[in-house]
Design a protein around this ligand. Sequence first.
Ligand code: HEM
Length: 403
Amino acid sequence: MPQPSPTALSWPAERTPGCPFDPPPAVTGLLTTAPVQRVALWDGTAWLVTRHADQVALLRDSRVSADTSHPGYPALSAGSRAMRSHSRSFIAMDDPEHADRRRVYTADFTVKRTRRLAPRVKSLIDDLLDAMERKGPPADLVADFALPLPSLVICELLGVPYADHDFFQRAGAVIVDTRSTPEEALEASRRLIDYLGDLIEHKVDHPGDDLLSRVAAEQLATGLGTREQCADEARLLLIAGHETTANMIALGTCAFLQHPEQLAAVRDGSPERVEGAVEEMLRYLTIAHMGRRRVALEDIEIGGVRIAAGDGIIFANDAANRDPEVFEHPERLDIDRSARRHLAFGSGPHQCLGQNLARVELQLAYPALFRRFPGLRLDRPLEEIPFRTAMAVYGVHELPVSW
Ligand code: HEM
């Protein structure tokens, strides 16, 4: 069987300067030329899978493992390789172990439960926008709105004091930064796990009406879960719960500002139209842009290529979301298309646990922001906006805006 050249492309690949919303053309190009391609990583090689259909099939294939302790697992960076030695939550496990631990949390993130949070999310949005308006332009949309909103929401849901946000936002940023050294990543991860372990232990005797109090009572106090395990899972929820949504709010706003007619449609549109617009923005931006990472447990033949047992596999969900087999004119932002099949939340058993919560926040945040500030505009040329190219979660470091 012909095998593609071993190091035709380095992963992650570089985006084209001036095109901050598009995946690297070298990656989307593979959709038609080499949909399963060997790529060079920082410390070795792995297979890069680009097509939507191949990703959906393999991400639910039991021959493909998410176990980060497997020697062939393609770690994101030296920092994330170091972290896996001391922490492993269910995102890094396979079924049935994965399903057992994920099940502890699923009831908190159903459509029904997360929709119930909408009035509270709305009121947090109003408070943040009031403060922004009081302070007057210019503002940094990340610091003043996009980051505090999901941080406040996940803190209330978990029962983590928001007063500690500087600490956990900083530690989270170190963890998702591919440039962090192993020492920095380990230190940030350990401090977060210690902090959350103490918090959950405290909640055994001092419960509140929050998710971690339930975990303290049902898992820690009963011995069903260890302190380490519960703290590890809390860390996953806390970081995944604010980093991602924050970047969708800020980068999405930046993209809408480049498409004023679609921004106006979101500002004035029906809730159904806004729902569609959020799915399209998730597809268009695919902020979890460094690929879903897995390792082959057995030999797998796909796309004319044999992936050997032990090989690392990266699923480029940003390329899948630009696959013309699934999305017509995928390079266009079109809030009225059906983007429902996007892979921005991944696919298969590890598909994002918090997606319904993210949707509630995004569906409320964009229209509220655009209604409050109808004259919202970038306060700096797009070329001067600092994009998060080295972070596991793409977005903007800051977004200077005026109105
Ligand atoms: C998993 C993206 C918001 C919690 C994932 C995965 C993706 C993703 C791509 C799959 C990982 C994989 O297959 O390896 C996003 C995006 C978000 C978002 C784009 C916002 C727009 C959230 C929120 C939470 C959350 C708000 C809240 C707690 C999780 C968890 C997992 C996960 C716990 C692991 C699921 C598992 O392994 O079973 N997310 N996420 N995410 N996400 Fe999200």
